[in-house]
Design a protein around this ligand. Structure first.
Ligand SMILES: [Zn+2]
Ligand SMILES: [Zn+2]
Length: 147
């Protein structure tokens, strides 16, 4: 399944050989440069909005939002980024603190309950299997033979 290692860059949508980043090597460099520019500007202008930051650094708003979502940038003046779960305005990342805690708890619950390779579906199937133990199968054919 070599096709699994081919991903489409989350920024420019070009296919590339996937290793660790969701971006192609070209975009990784571009995003790193954009990040440095934004970070430098935000150090001096803590309350800058995304629009100001974009104008001053010449970094596209799309990339700024991307950096915010990844949690690399945090902007106090940003009002555009919202929690993907409850739609509350957030400074950085994808979820507000409340939802991050909630997600984390769900995740650690899943991790502690599922062994590697075991899926939620697999578990429900084994539960059904247990119920079946009470049922003693008697095939129609066997009944016929006894008569
Ligand atoms: Zn790219
Ligand atoms: Zn939230």
């Amino acid at each position: 399944m070599s096709s699994l290692s081919i991903r489409y860059c989350k920024n420019c949508s070009k296919p590339f050989n996937y290793k660790v980043s969701p971006y192609c090597p070209k975009c990784i460099i571009a995003i790193d440069e954009a990040f440095e520019k934004c970070r430098n500007y935000l150090e001096k202008n803590r309350l800058a909005t995304i629009k100001e930051l974009s104008e001053e650094t010449e970094v596209s708003e799309k990339i700024i939002l991307l950096l915010l979502k990844e949690g690399r940038l945090s902007m106090e003046g940003n009002k555009e980024l919202r929690c993907e779960s409850c739609d509350k305005p957030i400074d950085s990342g994808r979820y507000c603190l409340e939802c991050t805690v909630k997600k984390h708890n769900e995740l650690s619950y899943l991790k502690s309950n599922l062994r590697p390779g075991e899926t939620a579906t697999g578990r429900s199937q084994s539960a059904t299997g247990k119920e079946r133990m009470h049922y003693i199968p008697r095939s129609k054919k066997k009944d016929d033979e006894e008569e």
